[in-house]
Design a protein around this ligand. Structure first.
Ligand SMILES: NC(=O)c1ccc[n+]([C@@H]2O[C@H](COP(=O)([O-])OP(=O)(O)OC[C@H]3O[C@@H](n4cnc5c(N)ncnc54)[C@H](O)[C@@H]3O)[C@@H](O)[C@H]2O)c1
Length: 445
C-alpha cells in the first residue's frame, strides 16, 4: 500500500472506531518499508543533488517553470506527472511529501502550503526571506510536528565537525560562551535589478517564476548561471532573496547555531559603510544579536559578511584565511572552526582545561548519516520531529538572520520581542519584518 493511502487508512480507522488509536510499531514498521509519493518542485539545478535519494522513493509529480529544466528532471523521473505551477502540483493526488529546490522567495510559500496539506517537506535553504515568513512557517510546523517531517537543506550539518564542535562547546572546553562570531567572505556586487531585455522566451513561464514577487522585467541573466549555482544570479535582490545571509549564511550560521541552543534574540544592530540600495541587499555587513540562553546568561552572536571580520585573538592566526567560519569565545578560551576543522585556544597562562572532561568514544554524538535520508526516514519511522534541521530549528535561525537585515534598514539598534514578533523600541521598523506580495499570491495558503 503506498504511504499516502496507508496514512489515510490509519486516520480513517482511528476515526471510525471513535477511539484515539496511536499508530502501533507494526504499522510504522510496515510504513518504513513503503515508498513515499514525492513531488519534486524545481526540477533541475540544485535538485540534481537530491536525485540519488529521490530515486529510492516514488517521484510522482515534478514541477518547473522552465520547460528545459522540467524536461531534464523528467528524464530522471519519467513516470512523474509534469506541472508548471507549484500550487497545482501540491494538489497532485496521493502525495506524501514535497522536496523543493526553487527560488528563495518561494520557499516559505511552498513550505506553508505543504504543511497546511499535511505533507512532509524538505525545503532548500533559506527557509524564509523575512521575519514574518519564518514565524509563519514555524507556527504551522509546530502545530503539525508530530505528523510531518521537515528538513531545511543545510546538509553540511551532517559533517562530523558539527558534532565534535557541539561536544566541545556544551561540555565546556572553553568555559561559558559569551561571544560568538560567524562570517562569510563572498562578495557579489550588482548595481540594481537587471534592465529589461526583450520578452521572456517561450520555454520559461516568467510570470510564474516571478510568482509572489513584484514585477521586474525579464532579463536572460537571471537564468544564466550553471546548474546548482544559478541562485547567484538572483538571490541578492531584495524581492528574490536575502543575499549571503540566506545563501552561505544558512550553512555557516548553522555551524554555530547547532552548538548554542538559542531561540530568538532580544536586540540586534547592523553596521555597514554601504548606503541602502532599494534593489540590492548589502554585500558588506555586520549584524550583532544579543540573546539570553537557557541558563539565563547573555550571549552575543555576530554575523559578518562580504569582508567584514572579527578580530583574531591570536596574532599568528589570520582569520581572513578562513572564508566561511565561526569563532566561539568562552571565559576559558576560544574555538575557531570552519566546516571541517576546529582549533582550541585556551586562554591565560593558568588555564589547564581541567574543567573539561573529554567524552569517551561511546559518549560521542552519533553521526547523522546521510542528511536527505534522515528526512526520508523521519517521514516513515513515526519520529517526524527528529531531523537535525527541522522547521523549528531552522526558522529560529533564519528569523534571527532576517532581523539583521531589518536592523540594517531601520538604521538603528532594535529591541525585539520574539514572543510576539515585534520591534518594541521603534514601531516604524516593524514594516521591515514583512513584505508585500503580488496580488493573487498567498504565503500561508
Ligand atoms: N543546500 C545547498 O548547499 C544549496 C546549493 C545550491 C543551491 N541551493 C538552494 O537551492 C535553490 C535553487 O538554487 P539553484 O541555483 O538551483 O537555482 P535555479 O534558479 O537554477 O532554480 C532551480 C530550479 O527551480 C526552477 N524554478 C524556479 N522558480 C520556480 C517556481 N516558482 N516553480 C517551479 N520551479 C521553479 C528553475 O527553473 C530551476 O530549474 C536556492 O534556494 C538555493 O539557495 C542550496
Amino acid at each position: 500500500m503506498p504511504l499516502a493511502s496507508r496514512r489515510s487508512f490509519i486516520n480513517k480507522s482511528a476515526i471510525m472506531g471513535g477511539l484515539t488509536i496511536l499508530p502501533s510499531s507494526s504499522v510504522f514498521g510496515s510504513t518504513a518499508n513503503s515508498k513515499l509519493n514525492i513531488a519534486l518542485i524545481g526540477a533541475h539545478g540544485r535538485a540534481k543533488a537530491h536525485y540519488g535519494n529521490l530515486k529510492t522513493e516514488n517521484v510522482v509529480a515534478i514541477c518547473d517553470v522552465h520547460r528545459d529544466n522540467l524536461a531534464k528532471g523528467q528524464e530522471v523521473f519519467p513516470k512523474a506527472k509534469a506541472y508548471e505551477d507549484w500550487r497545482k502540483c501540491l494538489d497532485h493526488p496521493g502525495l506524501d511529501a514535497v522536496l523543493c529546490c526553487t527560488t528563495d522567495f518561494t520557499h516559505s510559500f511552498i513550505a506553508n502550503w505543504a504543511l497546511n496539506r499535511d505533507l512532509h517537506c524538505y525545503m532548500e535553504k533559506p527557509l524564509a526571506i523575512t521575519v514574518n515568513e519564518a514565524r509563519t512557517v514555524r507556527a504551522n510546523y509546530l502545530s503539525k510536528k508530530n505528523k510531518v517531517a521537515t528538513q531545511v537543506g543545510m546538509q553540511r550539518h551532517a559533517g562530523s565537525n558539527f558534532n565534535r564542535l557541539r561536544e566541545l562547546i556544551v561540555d565546556g572546553a572553553i568555559g561559558e560562551i559569551k561571544d560568538v562570531h560567524v562570517w562569510g567572505n563572498r562578495q557579489i556586487r550588482k548595481p540594481g535589478y537587471l534592465p529589461a531585455a526583450g520578452s521572456p522566451p517561450s520555454n520559461i513561464n516568467y510570470d510564474l517564476w516571478l510568482g509572489p514577487a513584484p514585477h521586474h522585467p525579464y532579463n536572460p541573466d537571471y537564468f544564466s548561471g550553471r546548474p546548482g549555482a544559478n541562485c547567484l544570479q538572483w538571490n541578492m535582490y531584495w524581492d528574490f532573496g536575502i543575499g549571503q545571509m540566506g545563501d552561505m549564511g544558512s550553512h555557516t550560521m548553522d555551524l554555530a547555531w547547532n552548538c548554542l541552543d538559542l531561540t530568538l534574540p532580544e536586540s540586534v544592530i547592523s553596521t555597514t559603510e554601504e548606503a541602502f540600495n532599494p534593489d540590492v541587499t548589502p554585500v558588506t555587513l555586520t549584524s550583532r544579536y544579543m540573546f539570553t540562553n537557557k541558563n539565563n546568561n547573555k550571549v552575543r552572536v555576530s554575523w559578518y559578511q562580504g569582508g567584514a571580520m572579527p578580530r583574531s585573538p591570536i596574532k599568528a592566526l589570520d582569520l581572513k584565511r578562513i572564508g566561511h567560519g565561526a569563532m566561539f569565545k568562552g571565559d576559558k578560551g576560544y574555538i575557531v572552526a570552519d566546516f571541517k576543522n576546529r582549533l582550541i585556544y585556551p586562554l591565560g597562562a593558568k588555564n589547564d582545561m581541567t574543567q573539561y572532561k573529554r567524552r569517551s568514544p561511546e559518549e560521542l554524538i552519533p553521526p547523522l548519516g546521510n542528511f536527505q535520508q534522515q528526512w526520508i526516514d523521519a517521514c516513515k519511522n513515526g519520529r517526524p520531529a527528529e531531523t537535525a534541521c527541522n522547521f523549528e530549528y531552522s526558522a529560529n535561525m533564519i528569523e534571527t538572520m532576517c532581523l539583521g537585515l531589518s536592523a540594517f534598514r531601520a538604521g538603528e539598534e532594535l529591541s525585539y520581542d520574539g514572543k510576539i514578533g515585534e520591534v518594541t523600541n521603534n514601531s516604524n521598523a516593524n514594516q521591515y519584518l514583512t513584505k508585500a506580495y503580488r496580488k493573487g499570491w498567498t504565503m500561508n495558503g
